[in-house]
Design a binder for this molecule. Structure first.
Ligand SMILES: Nc1ncnc2c1ncn2[C@@H]1O[C@H](COP(=O)(O)OP(=O)(O)O)[C@@H](O)[C@H]1O
Ligand SMILES: [Mg+2]
Length: 351
């Protein structure tokens, strides 16, 4: 059988650029070379597109964008014959490599938010992941909540702000829902720009910090209990991984904790009984469908002390290193990292 040329797109103009390098390296390392020819396409933090032909280690340590290993590249908009155009010499006609599918591995803005997905869909390139609409919806914490609520899933009480002024509107809502509460940019990731606000006087700084990251900000009531996640894989028929659980010993799951797990721990499977695990899986699938997800995504929820499941967010391009939650949950359900990649690629080329 002919090998499939898999365009793995990494990096990007996003506050999660470094996380993308880790995820993409793991994916590139695990793609079975007997079945696939990986084509690494990096986007630098300032937006240059480069086809990378060096050692994967250089992606991991962020030395990949050098003249020896990387050449300027562009995707051809041709819908029938998908190609990556390479420009090793600016004075000569480009070389080109055929592309069978694209696997975007860029977290956050300009990669996970539907913009890149729109470009790939426009060019007719099969996409290993959620499409334009669902990527944009899942990136928008306010709209995602509204749709999940319509599907019958509990969501935190919240208020969206379109401007930092006047702060009085935020303050009166805060007094209504009580403290602590969460202030977040509507479209963010890796906890960037998020504050857990303990007292009213901390609110103005939290709001202005969040507005540095986005033009819309959301205030959310604190949900008691703990966070759980569920990996979902599929487009028509859905399978799930075993739900996981985040054990926090203080504060919230901020950027440092996410990538060091200094004071927190992730338990896979979550320490819940079978009935609750089944309910988490069903709720995750319901949210996945409500937000029009396809191929794969990680659904994050909270589990309250009363056993209520509350929606938090969907990550359409979740962290994908060997230690990341999505592959961990799939592993607990019996699927190896490479098997998950095989299934993602099978779903992408079939769509
Ligand atoms: N409403 C909430 N109640 C309790 N904890 C929350 C709430 N919202 C966010 N958190 C905490 O903040 C973390 C980051 O928030 P999240 O909405 O998941 O943003 P991100 O997209 O950056 O991951 C969560 O993992 C959780 O620890
Ligand atoms: Mg999160």
């Amino acid at each position: 059988m002919r090998k499939l040329n898999v365009l793995v797109i990494f990096g990007g103009c996003s506050s999660e650029y470094e996380v993308s390098l880790e995820s993409a390296s793991a994916i590139l390392e695990h793609l079975d070379r007997a079945k696939y020819r990986p084509l690494p396409l990096g986007i630098t933090a300032d937006g240059r597109w480069l086809f990378f032909q060096g050692d994967i280690k250089k992606i991991r340590d962020n030395t990949w964008a050098n003249e020896k290993d990387a050449v300027p590249a562009l995707l051809s908009p041709e819908r029938i014959d998908h190609r990556l155009l390479l420009f090793p010499d600016p004075d000569k006609a480009p070389e080109s490599v055929p592309v069978d599918l694209a696997f975007p591995v860029i977290h956050g803005k300009n990669g996970e938010d539907g913009t890149l997905q729109g470009l790939l869909e426009l060019f007719g390139i099969p996409l290993a992941g959620c499409g334009t609409l669902s990527s944009a919806l899942c990136m928008d914490k306010d709209r995602a909540h509204r749709l999940a609520a319509l599907a019958g899933v509990r969501v935190p009480r919240s208020l969206q702000l379109n401007s930092p002024d006047p702060i009085s509107q935020a303050l009166s809502f805060a007094l209504e829902i009580g403290f602590p509460l969460y202030v977040k940019p509507v479209r963010s990731g890796s906890s960037c720009g998020i504050t857990r606000v303990e007292r009213p006087e901390e609110l103005p700084d939290a709001v202005s910090l969040a507005f540095h990251y986005d033009s819309r900000v959301i205030l959310e009531e604190n949900i008691e209990g703990f966070e759980v996640g569920c990996a979902v894989l599929g487009t028509e028929r859905l399978i799930t991984g075993e739900p996981d659980e985040i054990e926090l010993s203080e504060g919230f799951f901020n950027y440092t904790e996410k990538y060091t797990l200094k004071t927190s721990a992730i338990h896979v499977p979550a320490r819940v009984d079978r009935e609750l695990a089944a309910r988490l899986k069903e709720t995750a699938k319901r949210i996945y469908r409500a937000l029009d997800c396809a191929v794969f995504a990680r659904v994050d929820m909270f589990l309250t002390p009363e056993g209520d499941i509350v929606f938090n967010e969907v990550n359409t391009i979740p962290g994908f290193t060997e230690h990341s939650r999505y592959p961990g949950m799939m592993k607990a359900a019996g699927f190896s990292f490479s098997q998950v990649l095989d299934e993602i690629i099978r779903l992408a080329v079939r769509s």
